[in-house]
Design a protein around this ligand. Sequence first.
Ligand code: NAG
Ligand code: NAG
Ligand code: NAG
Ligand code: NAG
Length: 514
Amino acid sequence: MFPKSALISLTFLAAVVCGQQVGTNTAETHPKMSWQKCTKSGGCTTQSAGAVVLDANWRWVHTTTGYTNCYTGNTWDATLCPDGATCAKNCALDGADYSGTYGITTSGNALTLKFVTTSANKNIGSRVYLMASDTQYQMFKLLNQEFTFDVDVSNLPCGLNGALYFSEMDADGGLSKYTTNKAGAKYGTGYCDSQCPRDIKFIAGEANSAGWTPASNDANAGTGNYGACCNEMDVWEANSVAAAYTPHPCTVSGLSRCSGTACGTNSRYDTVCDPDGCDFNSYRMGDTSFYGKGLTVDTSQKFTVVTQFLTNNNSSSGTLSEIRRLYVQNGKVIQNSKVNIPGMSAYDSITTDFCSAQKTAFGDTDSFGNKGGLANMSKAAANGMVLVMSVWDDHAVNMLWLDSSYPTDADASKPGIKRGTCATTSGAPADVESASANASVTYSNIRFGDIGSTYTGSSTGGGGGGGTTTTTSSAPSATQVKYGQCGGQGWTGPTVCASGSRCVVLNPYYSQCQ
Ligand SMILES: *[C@@H]1O[C@H](CO)[C@@H](O)[C@H](O)[C@H]1NC(C)=O
Ligand SMILES: *[C@@H]1O[C@H](CO)[C@@H](O)[C@H](O)[C@H]1NC(C)=O
Ligand SMILES: *[C@@H]1O[C@H](CO)[C@@H](O)[C@H](O)[C@H]1NC(C)=O
Ligand SMILES: *[C@@H]1O[C@H](CO)[C@@H](O)[C@H](O)[C@H]1NC(C)=O
């Protein structure tokens, strides 16, 4: 929702570099991460070719002819990089030591990202993409599909953000579109998002060295004249205290390089993208006992996050009309919290009506509607987007937009200001990088496919005796047990409830015997 800029922090004590050719000091070996594709009829099949790749911004960039840094600390070498085109020609991106330098490890279907990793160098945070092959990102076409993953945020305190989201990047990282980019997806190039970040070192085949200004509060980052804008669907931005999911549409398709004020340097709303998004954060939307340690979704343990991209005609050829959220923890399906804000209905998902009602109730600028809303998010979701997983701290506003009161000078009792229980003094990068250096996030068990095909669990609302929401269909004439599913979109199981219970519609996708 707020700036993702300055998320790049890599302190090589010796030096750091960055480039768009390919370096060969370290072989690039993508850590394997399997995931599953699911259908209603066929169940889930494991995609064992899955792997992750580290974003280019974190990599060592050095001369193509040797190992002189092109970028050191937060400054470009003026001789190697007199301009962006020459810099891209002179400089190479090298392979990554994933676990040793960056604290990135995988095991089976799980990925763990450590926050601070100290080796010969000190690395802060990371950003990786899911790959389909050694040279292509996995593309996700989200319409009429469901995306599910397990997450462990128990070790992510205030000020940190373990983010899982989709950006409308090129599948090859821009390799074929920008001929001066010789590195491509294999080296994690081509990032963009709805903040039009200007801390990206190479954009569209050129270095971003012109006008580069080192950050005042980040020894490793800076901003150049250019930014990298594109549609972004935040499925998950969270720590153990707060969580949000947020579509951020743009008025362009794919990566669009901005420059100057079109990157939002005067006003955040001057770009082609919606920087605020239409966010659903349960705490901000009025349910303060839903998400957190010991709460309904208990963040002291792993849980499953389900996100459904529903369309107007229940087909992938339709347009995005609703983004629904469910959780599953300890075998129980937990429906999303309901909005409890004066002037708003009890929405429990993201729809056009929810978004406009929220902007009105909170008095927020409707940049979401102004940049095309769900209709434009829908185009990106249809085109295909790249899966991004990261852990970061916030050098702009200390992550207060996610987990505290923001803006800090507003009346915190006004609806929309309070987003979580973290103190307004929390989240300063210098503090979290020292006090929470050992923080980490684990994403695992990614599943993607037909609505209703990626998760199982008994419904909540009663003690034991659950039926299930699995796609495994039962004989249509069978009787469903109390608390079992008895209806909903695509349901082919029993619709008759055991005596003593009746079938209650909880939402269009789920009816339950109660
Ligand atoms: C869904 O709607 C779109 C237009 O919004 C239409 O082009 C498409 O044919 C529809 N698909 C089905 C299966 O009805
Ligand atoms: C939606 O995006 C398209 C380009 O894909 C753009 O032409 C249009 O203006 C956008 N809609 C709005 C309301 O900005
Ligand atoms: C981080 O973990 C290491 C090893 O488990 C420990 O030695 C160190 O004190 C921890 N640091 C902090 C800040 O908790
Ligand atoms: C899509 O599915 C929902 C839930 O089953 C149903 O209520 C709705 O009428 C369907 N829409 C269309 C256009 O078929």
